[in-house]
Ligand binder design. Structure first.
Ligand code: RET
Length: 230
C-alpha cells in the first residue's frame, strides 16, 4: 500500500515539475492555466507525501480512513474546475456555483468517511446530490458557453469535461467498495485505484490542457479579472 502512496508522491511531483518547465515561457491566459495546473499537482504531491509517511489517517469503526486525501481534494478539485471555467469563458457567478457545489461535495464526503455506522450513507447521498448537480452544470451551462468560444475551445472543453465526468464518477464507486463503504475491496486496492484516478484526473488532465497551447492562449480572460456576467 505504501508503494502506491510513494508512486502518487513521485507522479504528482514530476507532474508539477513538468508543468513548470513546459509553462516557463507562457504568458497571459496560458500562464494562468500553468499556474493553476502546477498548484493542483504540487498540493497533491504534498498530500501524498503525508500519506506515504503514515500521516493523515484515522481509524473509524476499525477501518483506516485517509482523511488527508479530502484535504487535497477540497483544494485541488475546485482548481481543476477553475481551469474548465476559464476555458469555457464563464462569468464569476456561474463559476462560484460550480466551485461551491464541488466544495460541498468533498466536505460532506469527508463527513461520510468519518461517520460511524450507516448514517455515513446519508452523507454519501448528500455528497452525491452535489456531485450530480455539478456534472449537470458542467455538461449543460458550461458546455454551452464553451461552444460559443469557437470550435477549437469547444473541442478541447468537450474532451476535458468528458474526461472529468468519467474519471470523477469512479470516485464514489471506489468509495462505496472501499473501507469507507462496504469494504468489498482491500485498503491496498482502494489506495492503488485512487492513486491511478488522481494521477489521471490531475496530471493527465493537465497535459491535455497545456498541450493545446494555441487554444489556451486564445481562451477568454479568467472570471476573476473579467467583466463577463454570464
Ligand atoms: C466521495 C464520497 C461521497 C460521494 C462522492 C464522492 C466524490 C468524490 C469525487 C472526487 C474527485 C476527486 C478528484 C481528485 C483528483 O485528484 C467524496 C468519494 C460523490 C468526485 C478528481
Amino acid at each position: 500500500m505504501t508503494t502506491w502512496l510513494w508512486i502518487g508522491t513521485a507522479g504528482m511531483s514530476l507532474g508539477a515539475l513538468a508543468f513548470l518547465v513546459l509553462g516557463r515561457r507562457s504568458e497571459g491566459k496560458e500562464a494562468d492555466f500553468v499556474l493553476i495546473t502546477f498548484f493542483i499537482a504540487f498540493i497533491a504531491a504534498t498530500a501524498y507525501l503525508a500519506m506515504a509517511l503514515g500521516q493523515g489517517v484515522v481509524t473509524i469503526d476499525g477501518d483506516e480512513v485517509f482523511f488527508a486525501r479530502y484535504i487535497d481534494w477540497v483544494i485541488t478539485t475546485p482548481l481543476l474546475l477553475l481551469d474548465l471555467a476559464i476555458l469555457a469563458g464563464a462569468g464569476r457567478r456561474l463559476t462560484m456555483w460550480l466551485l461551491g457545489l464541488n466544495v460541498h461535495m468533498i466536505a460532506t464526503g469527508l463527513v461520510a468517511g468519518l461517520t460511524v455506522g450507516n448514517d455515513r450513507y446519508i452523507w454519501f447521498a448528500v455528497s452525491t446530490a452535489s456531485f450530480i448537480a455539478l456534472l449537470a452544470l458542467l455538461v449543460g451551462r458550461f458546455l454551452a458557453l464553451a461552444t460559443t468560444q469557437g470550435p477549437e475551445v469547444a473541442a478541447l472543453f468537450t474532451r476535458l469535461a468528458g474526461l472529468t465526468a468519467v474519471l470523477w464518477s469512479a470516485y464514489p464507486v471506489v468509495w462505496l467498495l472501499g473501507t469507507e463503504g462496504t469494504g468489498a475491496i482491500s485498503l491496498t486496492t482502494e489506495v492503488a485505484v485512487f492513486a491511478v484516478l488522481d494521477l489521471s484526473a490531475k496530471i493527465g488532465f493537465g497535459f491535455l490542457l497545456l498541450s493545446k497551447r494555441a487554444v489556451v492562449t486564445t481562451a477568454k480572460p479568467a472570471p476573476v479579472s473579467s467583466t463577463a456576467t454570464a
